[in-house]
Design a binder for this molecule. Structure first.
Ligand code: PLP
Length: 434
């Protein structure tokens, strides 16, 4: 008899975006004439850049001729793309990487969900609260957590890093707070005086989805010191790096000294170049990032991720990698930047418009997400329902990203300019803030 992976049963029944979709479907059925504006799901709306389309057409033609046809490519990705990544995303910021430290993937979701496979099943991990759900759920499925505690909305054996108004929504290294938490045994060698505060892996998303806030170089330096002191590894998701506008926010964690010893970085073309439906990403695993065997022998994680990819992945399609390469051409860079600028203008419209209407709004400065405080201590879902019913605007309830998201809504800047302006007017016109 086949037994299922019972860990899947720990996942709460309703996936956040499925619940939202159902509420919106029910509402539109009852109100067929309502002009609903969707500022909920973080999907882009602008078409691919012309330079990208041109490169894809060319690559499609190559695939149609015997002389230029490509079959399986390297599991790690083609060097033509890896070289462009190193040149444009890293060397321009003074970071040196070797070609075998970059792995092309088919989306950061796949990459961040799968990275946990190369770590011991008894490892402990920390996530921000609120958090991009994939970090958490992929670990739940792999059996790295205890049960879901319904009343608290958290899993046992996970270290949550509260991101609140008080700390500027910035995940802080787990120091004293951790002493009160029940931790499993650590899988890495940990100095005795650090045991209580230890986690093996820390997922950091910067700029953050969902709060839209971003950590500075100094704040990341504290994380790097923490990781070095305790032998932890930082899993750094930089999917929104292209939306950074402030100079003290690093685009790569490797801009911060020491990061190449402790951090793996994830990047995506989804939001920087509109690839949500095209699918391309990459992971940087410096050879200097080490983890330990049960006998405390250090092993380079680069070697392990390479092994994992060669076994489980047959590479991102050639056509798509040519498309990603075109993002780095002069035309590609200008066209993609114009799209990011367009979305950032929307973000400013949301931030400034709602602030003018009396709302407290965070994010939307280095990120396409605005994190809006609900009026009069309303619960996230109640405010979501109210905006759907009265303004016909779809948002995402903050509580869907973790208990500390309660009392907030996430609005995305990925809509059209007209819809963004209209949505802000409709919310402001409700005059919910006196
Ligand atoms: N990481 C974060 C923080 C995200 O918000 C998203 C998508 O919304 C992803 C990763 C997934 O990106 P991709 O489309 O490359 O799978």
């Amino acid at each position: 008899m086949a037994h299922i992976n019972e860990n899947y049963l720990k996942l709460p029944g309703n996936y956040l975006f499925a619940t939202i979709a159902k509420k919106v479907a029910d509402f539109s059925q009852k109100n067929p004439n309502a002009n609903i504006i969707r500022l909920g799901i973080g999907d882009v709306t602008r078409p691919l850049a012309p330079a990208v389309i041109e490169a894809m057409h060319k690559a499609v033609d190559e695939m149609g001729k015997a002389e230029t046809f490509r079959g399986y490519g390297p599991e790690q990705g083609y060097e033509f793309l890896i070289n462009k990544i190193i040149e444009w995303d890293y060397e321009t910021r003074g970071i040196h990487l070797d070609t075998d430290e970059v792995f092309i993937g088919d989306g950061a979701k796949t990459d961040v969900a799968c990275i946990q496979e190369i770590f011991d099943k008894n490892m402990t991990f920390a996530v921000a609260d609120p958090v991009y759900p994939v970090y958490l759920d992929s670990n739940v499925m792999a059996g790295h957590t205890g049960e879901f505690i319904d009343l608290k909305g958290v899993y046992k054996d996970v270290v949550y890093l509260p991101c609140t108004e008080e700390n500027g929504f910035k995940a802080e290294p787990p120091k004293d707070r951790i002493e009160s938490m029940e931790l499993k045994n650590c899988c890495f060698p940990v100095p005795a005086n650090k045991k209580k505060e230890h986690v093996d892996l820390v997922y950091l998303c910067n700029p953050s989805n969902p709060t839209g806030t971003a950590m500075s170089k100094e704040e990341l330096a504290a994380w790097i010191s923490y990781a070095k002191e305790t032998n932890a590894i930082l899993l750094y998701d930089s999917a929104y790096e292209s939306y950074i506008t402030e100079p003290n926010i690093p685009h790569s964690i490797y801009e911060v000294e020491g990061a190449k010893d402790v951090a793996i970085e994830f990047r995506s073309y989804s939001k920087s170049a509109g690839f949500t439906g095209t699918r391309c990403s990459y992971v940087v695993v410096p050879k200097t990032v080490l983890a330990y065997t049960a006998k405390n022998n250090a092993i380079s994680l680069n070697q392990f991720w390479n092994r994992r990819q060669c076994t489980c992945f047959n590479g991102t399609p050639y056509i798509i990698q040519r498309a990603a390469e075109a993002v780095y051409s002069e035309k590609g860079r200008n066209q993609c930047k114009a799209d990011v600028d367009y979305y950032m203008e929307n973000a400013h419209i949301i931030r400034d418009g709602l602030q003018a209407a009396g709302y407290t709004v965070y994010g939307a400065t280095n990120s396409p997400y605005a994190w809006v405080k609900t009026p009069a201590n309303m619960k996230s879902w109640d405010f979501f329902d109210l905006l759907l019913e009265k303004a016909h605007v779809v948002t995402t309830p903050g509580s869907g990203f973790g208990p500390h998201g309660e009392g907030f809504l996430r609005l995305t800047a990925f809509g059209t300019r007209e819809n963004t302006i209209e949505a802000v007017h409709r919310i402001a016109d409700l005059k919910l803030i006196k």
